[in-house]
Design a protein around this ligand. Sequence first.
Ligand code: URP
Ligand code: ZN
Ligand code: ZN
Length: 464
Amino acid sequence: MALLITNGRIVTARDDYTADIYCAGETITRIEALIDPASLPAETHVIDAAGRFVFPGFIDPHVHVYLPFMGTYAKDDWASVSRAALVGGTTTLIEMICPGKADQPLEAYELWQSKAEGVAACDYAFHMGVTRWDDEAQRQLREIVDRGTTSFKVFLAYKDALGVDDRELYHTLKLASELGVIVTAHCENETLVAELQRELVAAGKTGPEWHEPSRPPQVEAEGVNHLMSFAELTGAAVYAVHTSCEPAIRAAERARQRGVRVYVEAVIPHFVLDKTYAEQAGFEGAKYVMSPPLRDASHQACLWDALRNGSINTVGTDHAPFDFQTQKTMGRPPGSDFTAIPNGIPSVENRVDLLYTHGVRTGRIDLHRFVDAASTQPARIFGLSGKGTIAVGADADLVIYNGEHRGTISAATHQMATDYSAFEGWEIAGRAETVTVRGRVMVRDGVFCGEPGRGRAVSRHAAH
Ligand code: URP
Ligand code: ZN
Ligand code: ZN
């Protein structure tokens, strides 16, 4: 059905103006100061957006949905994660495919795709995880790029599980450079983490509060420096995911200054939560165990500054949902320790509202940077044609946002499948009221009204 959105304040990474938007089918076909409804088909659905922002659909460049990890599986499936994303204003998700080291890349690729296909309500794409390197893996990775998945993912962390060694890293970057695709990387020195974990546990330091000391900022900065050296040598474009602290950001900035093609992502938990959350008594801190860990609050000013000045390119979530009662408890002492707590914080539903509330409303970033970091840059960096902006010819992925709404986050009302929220009771100062995916209304009055399976796999171009 055709859709007309009238009187909205359209905000993109560059522009801010009031106009009407007309979508015939899946794309935006007209943007004019005033569109006469008489010029449109009689069945056109009209939404009055007076007093509201109209943003391009937000894009989360880093989520985990199907994730076999640390002896369990992440809690969401594509039905719940896409519903949560849409209610939170996110219309496209990019999921990390994380095969085991023994798995064949193509089999993993097809398995991960099969989980989303026919189930996802929002659009989606993948980063292809590389966990092994041999001739056959290389052949299959080339085929995966040919099929439109134009980014790789490597872990420099998670020793003996998902992590790559230097040989695997070097060859992955060389292939990426040849194909013009980008390599996203989790940067933490896995050997240092393993040794620090061993020492802490041996000293009886077993609770979730010891997770951060087992992966201090130096460990992350070393990982970023390591990636930068390899990127410089191979000429590959790289993207440091979930950068959490000042030394890691500075390492990327220094490399950028000497010509390394590096993009930096930060994720919403690191902007608004600090390590004191993981230090809460009674194992409550386990809810806040993710990697890299929540940091000392002193790192947050650097994150906001770097976001404001564009040194941080994107804001994602690293949504990795595990239940508190049955999954986080796998690492509960006595009998277990923090190294067995499944890493991850669920936040796909909350990213846009938290960034608006704690970034825009506080004046730390302006509306353009907000849209740029959470929509436009993910689209550009990852080659999502037609997404990340509001323009004639673009996909009609639109978010009508009420910046005056006041609400409270709670697990009792969220769409994510987890039994807890890391932001329980937090007030938010904005809400996605209406959300469309390629012209179809999927959220009305803040409530999901779409159908599972409406989401489409987005084929991407090699942008590097
Ligand atoms: O704690 C995290 N980040 N869990 C998900 C896996 C990863 O490292 O991205
Ligand atoms: Zn990671
Ligand atoms: Zn991740």
